[in-house]
Design a protein around this ligand. Sequence first.
Ligand code: NAD
Length: 525
Amino acid sequence: MSPKPPSQQQTHQTDDYLKLRKSITIQEASDSQIKKIYQILRSSQKDLQQFSVSQRAAEIDKIIGYIKANKEAICTRIVTDTGKSRTDALVSEVLGVLDNLHWNKANAHKILKLRKVSTPISLLGKKSYIQQEPYGTVLIIAPWNYPFHIAMTFITGAFLAGNSIIFKPSEHTPLTGLIEEICAISPLLKQSLKVVYGSGVTAEKLIDEKPNKIFFTGSTRTGKAILKKASQYIIPVDLELGGKDAMVVFPDVDIKRTVAGALWGGLTNAGQSCTSVELLCIHKDIFEQFIEQLTTAVQPLVINTGDQGDADIGAMTTDFQLEIVKQQLDDAIEKGATIIAGGNTFNEKGRFFPPTLVSNISPEMKLYQEETFGPVIALLPFDDEKQLATELNQLPYGLSASIWSRDIDRARRLANAIQVGAVSINNVMLTEGNPALPFGGVKQSGFGRAKGKEGLLAFTRSKSILIDKQSSKIEPNWFPYTRQKYQLFQQLIDVLFTPSWIKLIKLAKTGLALEKEAQRDRGNQ
Ligand code: NAD
């Protein structure tokens, strides 16, 4: 492989992508509806702030109970909107949500509580605190690939932190009414949330009403548009964007397990995951053997939707995504790629795309540079670890990666060398399986972190509080400035940043002199 220098890279899906998105009839929210929604939510947020974090956490318990009791019905709704396999719906969406809600509920109090922090000796007698405040009304804009997981995890996180929420689902998988139905189990959450349906047109109108923060999950293309729009109003934005994740396999792995991991990582949710394995980099010493086992293992996978939990890979969710995958494969074949399994022989009616393995990949192919977001795994042999890191770092995206080796030092070394937001070692897509770990990317994969401590803090601003005693004391750094004070401050600087045991004595002496000078000046006025 000889990757292009970054300046020549295509940084995200091409403009053709937009043309592919067939127009569907969408009911957009009107300007007056949107204004009214903001009015209601800005007022309800003031009520919500009166409740403690523990009280809000108790509401999350009700949501957990409701989801557990209704998990089968919820799965059916997810499958209907997305075409996923039922197990993908149950595990990645329902179980994923319950995990995150549970963790957030248990940890919110300690993460969001008022924290006392140290105060330096130069500010003797004062106390310092950090208080986490909700932003106010936050706007959450979501994509179509995990419509339940992203909705419930972010909505409840924002609520725990004390925000009212506008949730704009994808027009392609709106799960109409489901989120409202679940959240209604908590009257407090119900009055703090509005789900607004529509496309990007509605989302833009929602931004124009100036939410206090925007949490966007979706494509890099839309992320850029949102950032631009938000900059007009200086609205803070978190961007969880696309990816082109690599899985790196060294020769010392258990091949059977690693093959199973690669297939799941590349094909779960029909490859429509931001952290799907898209580039499978296999050490040249085991390349042939690995590919042989991969090709055998991919054959029995069952493709279906509307199943009873016994299909491995579901349908693709949208026509345009199916078309993008097809076009990327055509482009790769034209430029010399070899299809080892699957290929462009799909059943358009059911949007089923066969699990596809492709080799002889090169950097000028879309399949190498752009997010594929389908059940296609590109296979790349590598020889040298450093060279591989350089090549991976030249990709525009940097969401996550996985590294497989018995040599954990080597795996950690490579994990440190590659520019991504998360790395699973000897497993795949698993950092996001732990709700305690933050989730987010670098480069064109965005910024900001969801989930874990950082994910909850992202729904708040830090307010700094410093408390001094009420007294008649004038601070030495207040006016008037005198030459004597100036010299004493010079001494103070020398003493403060000197690592010596007599520092305290010197500091006390200089401090006292400064104090005296400050009070004397006051007396002179
Ligand atoms: P998308 O960017 O097309 O749409 C996402 C959301 O943005 C939708 O709700 C859409 O209506 C809205 N939108 C569209 N145009 C808009 C505009 N001009 N202003 C404001 N909002 C607008 O993305 P998608 O096709 O729905 O989702 C797939 C993408 O999401 C992939 O790139 C995938 O990698 C990414 N994704 C990222 C993560 C992550 O956590 N990093 C998770 C899931 C999906």
